[in-house]
Write a protein that binds this ligand. Structure first.
Ligand SMILES: [Fe+2]
Length: 147
């Protein structure tokens, strides 16, 4: 089970909170594995939630990178798109395995490992870069013209 650590903090509390939520959700993929397979109803809702929540999280975070003028904004966006594709493909694979009676247990564990490794790597290599820029703009409300 993956544990959150201080090393993963970007210093922007809402980004950190969303990352914790994502990791928590990814960890559920391991919890739904049972002796004789997986709970397919739970698995489907975890994957669907992940797609919805990561879209929500990524757009919030991208807005922050953009406002803070972080030069890693485009790279961040591209990586986010590949994560979404990864989870969408996983959803299709899940349905195929469910229909054919394939190894859903192995699939859930592999997916959990794959997604958590991706997310932790991405947080450390890309999300962390925002630390060097002025993130106070991320807390400001809708932009107003100054002066
Ligand atoms: Fe990111």
């Amino acid at each position: 089970m993956f544990k959150w650590s201080k090393d993963l903090e970007t210093g922007v509390p809402f980004i950190d909170a969303q990352h914790k939520m994502l990791l928590k959700t990814i960890n559920i993929l391991e919890e739904i594995v049972e002796d004789d397979g997986v709970d397919t109803v739970k698995m489907e809702s975890v994957i669907s939630f992940l797609i919805w929540y990561s879209n929500h999280h990524f757009s919030t975070e991208e807005e922050c990178f953009f406002k803070a003028r972080c030069p890693f904004h485009e790279l961040n966006k591209r990586q986010h798109q590949s994560f979404i594709r990864m989870v969408e493909e996983a959803k299709e694979r899940f349905f195929r395995l469910k229909e054919s009676g394939g190894d859903l247990k192995g699939f859930a564990l592999e997916l959990k490992r794959e997604l958590s490794e991706w997310l932790v790597g991405h947080i450390l290599k890309v999300d962390m870069r925002v630390k060097d820029y002025d993130v106070s703009v991320c807390y400001a409300g809708p932009s107003r013209s100054s002066g």
